[in-house]
Write a protein that binds this ligand. Structure first.
Ligand code: FAD
Ligand code: SF4
Length: 572
């Protein structure tokens, strides 16, 4: 007679479990399954299959009831989500709604937590900017004496950047800049005439500053590896946040998840809310995870030899904090008491606008899912200013267009149909590094729980004096660059956006050399529970000025490589 308990446990046992199917989880799953491990991906949200589940992807503007804008009742009901520029009628279905997944914020420290709970996570919504971090980023904390020293340097991660770039498909130009290492690039997008003009002006007037075309996860000339994924050349529609039927940009849905599925080694389980990781006292390692089925609310367990935690930075903190046992009463791996602390983000508060009166005989045609980029130029080689670290900046130029809206009947129609051209509008926004601090933290709320009985996350994160000084410097420096380039009507704006609205939250489970001051070692492995790996933003020791997701991809692939070698050597 069969023993149903043993059979059922066997059926719920895998070589590896990945928690979360977004950018980092997709990469963990791809690498684990390619290396032959039977892998279970647990995703709290619904399934979103490439193309099939992109309901708005081919809709014309007039096919949307509200012409792509959202009614007031929707924005009123979602004050946090609607502060994201991508929360539109065409893409709102990929965002977490405010009232469905509440969290606790300190009243005087508001934090906009933007999330996508579905297969693919936020990889469906991201802006696809993908810069490598430089050696100056990894050396930052040690040189400037904040947070803790990174346990890895640029050389440790460089081959893994190459590995993920080739597969994901990154467009960019080899610019040869110290602060922004070159990668494995597909054909770069082009700068337009005013952007080229600004680039020349910057090069002429500043030895330490550059303006380049952005590096982005778009396939500009598909290679065999992209065709093998069923992806095609980007058509420059710039409707990426709806999901792209061409797979023109990198998402887990178009790339890593179907690739992992093709190996035959992947089991994808949507609607699976991970409650906690199970720690086995006898074996002194994790044995699996507790999951609550999102629809039936049934609690169940799954087992594996190794666990990759990729629930996105703050949710990975939540899962570890909620994983308590007699060995770890304050959260899995939390011997140092630092779990949840040293959370940081990117300072996107300020922007500069202006106009250019040249090139009035030129305009642009079509769309480009990318823009210009000014890599960090402050404090790169040594400390020079009254604030630590620095900022990168976006840059873009577009011809101002308008039409004559006076008149009535035929004359109004004629006026509306004739596009008139004004000056060029130019704009920039800052992307500042913030300093991780113990006072910026997340914790579990003692009283309040979510609909699945899991404690709500309490977030207490704010800007500091360093951020204010950096904003002032960005405004002064980039305004000056605009004026020196002959731009007119230059205006600066501090939008006072809340931390979190940058959607680059990081830390809480930081990497480091010393278990007393960090949670993870140089392989993203919990110091105190070696078969649990955290390879998303939670693991970041500091934040750089570069966008973070490419680094999460590279860390995930690198950690899987190590984990599988260790497994084979029977060290895990
Ligand atoms: C509008 C926008 C623009 C952005 N632009 C850029 C950019 O240009 N460049 C860049 O580098 N980054 C950008 N980002 C950020 C980028 O999307 C994230 O850094 C990236 O998606 C993080 O990957 P992740 O795997 O950690 O998390 P996600 O992609 O968010 O995936 C996490 C997954 O885990 C699941 N999950 C969470 N909790 C649980 C649980 N308890 N149990 C089971 N599953 C769980 C979630 O449902 C989700 O599917 C942008 C984000 C947005 C929204
Ligand atoms: S711009 Fe490219 S990636 Fe974005 S939706 Fe269009 S084709 Fe797809």
């Amino acid at each position: 007679m069969a023993n149903f308990n043993i059979d059922s446990k066997k059926a719920r046992t895998y070589d590896a479990i990945v928690i979360g199917s977004g950018i980092s989880g997709g990469w963990s799953a791809k690498e684990l399954t390619e290396k032959g491990l039977k892998t279970l991906v647990l995703e709290r949200g619904r399934d979103v299959q490439h193309i099939k589940d992109y309901p708005t992807t081919n809709m014309m503007p007039w096919e949307f009831e509200h012409r792509e804008r959202l009614p007031k009742e929707v924005t009123d009901a979602n004050p946090i989500a609607s502060r994201c520029y991508n929360f539109k009628e065409s893409s709102a279905h990929f965002f977490v709604k405010d009232n469905e997944h509440p969290y606790v914020q300190d009243q005087d420290r508001p934090f906009d937590w933007l999330r996508g709970y579905q297969v693919g996570g936020k990889s469906l919504l991201w802006a696809r900017q993908t810069q490598r971090w430089s050696k100056y980023d990894f050396e930052g904390p040690a040189r400037d004496k904040f947070a803790v020293e990174w346990p890895i340097g640029y050389d440790d991660i460089a081959p893994w950047y190459s590995h993920v770039e080739k597969f994901a498909g990154i467009t960019g130009n080899k610019d040869g800049l110290d602060a922004l290492p070159d990668g494995e690039f597909l054909t770069p997008h082009e700068l337009n005439c005013v952007e080229k003009y600004f680039k020349e002006q910057v090069a002429k007037q500043y030895k330490d500053r550059h303006m380049i075309i952005g590096r982005a996860a778009h396939i500009t000339d598909p290679q065999q590896i992209h065709l093998d994924q069923g992806r095609a050349k980007c058509q420059h529609r710039t409707m990426c946040e709806r999901g792209c039927p061409f797979g023109g940009y990198f998402s887990s849905n178009a790339s890593t998840i179907p690739w992992a599925m093709k190996t035959g080694n992947l089991t994808l389980r949507p609607h699976s809310v991970v409650h906690s990781i199970i720690y086995d006292d006898k074996k002194q390692k994790a044995s699996g995870v507790r999951v609550i089925d999102a629809t039936t609310k049934e609690m169940m367990e799954f087992y594996a030899d190794i666990i990759f935690l990729n629930a996105a930075a703050l949710n990975s903190n939540l899962v570890l904090l909620n994983s308590t046992s007699s060995r770890f009463p304050n959260g899995l791996g939390n011997d140092s008491g630092l779990l949840g602390k040293y959370v940081a983000f990117h300072n996107y508060r300020a922007s500069i606008s202006g106009e250019y009166e040249g090139f009035l005989d030129s305009t642009t045609d079509g769309r480009r899912p990318n823009s210009g980029y000014i890599p960090r130029f402050r404090n790169v080689y040594k400390q020079e200013t009254d604030f630590l670290r620095g900022y990168a900046a976006g840059f873009g130029a577009n011809r101002i267009t308008y039409s004559d809206r006076t008149g009535i009947g035929e004359s109004l129609k004629a006026g509306l149909l004739e596009t008139k051209y004004g000056n060029w509008s130019v704009g920039s926004h800052m992307m500042g590094e913030t300093i991780p601090k113990e006072t910026n933290y997340v914790a579990l709320d003692k009283d309040q729980k979510d609909a699945w009985g899991i404690p709500l996350l309490k977030i207490s994160v704010a800007y500091d004096d360093n951020d204010e000084k950096m904003i002032k410097d960005y405004i002064e420096q980039v305004s000056e660059m605009f004026v020196n380039a002959g731009f007119k009507n230059v205006k600066a704006n501090d939008g006072h956006r809340n931390p979190g609205n940058d959607i680059h939250e990081m830390g809480g489970v930081r990497m480091g050399k010393d278990p007393k001051t960090s949670l993870l070692n140089k392989w993203n492995q919990l110091h105190a529970c070696k078969n649990v790996f955290v390879t998303d933003g939670a693991s970041m020791t500091s934040t750089s000025t570069q966008n973070p997701s490419l680094t999460y991809m590279a860390l995930s692939a690198r950690a899987v490589d190590h984990a599988v070698k260790e497994m084979k050597a029977k060290n895990l």
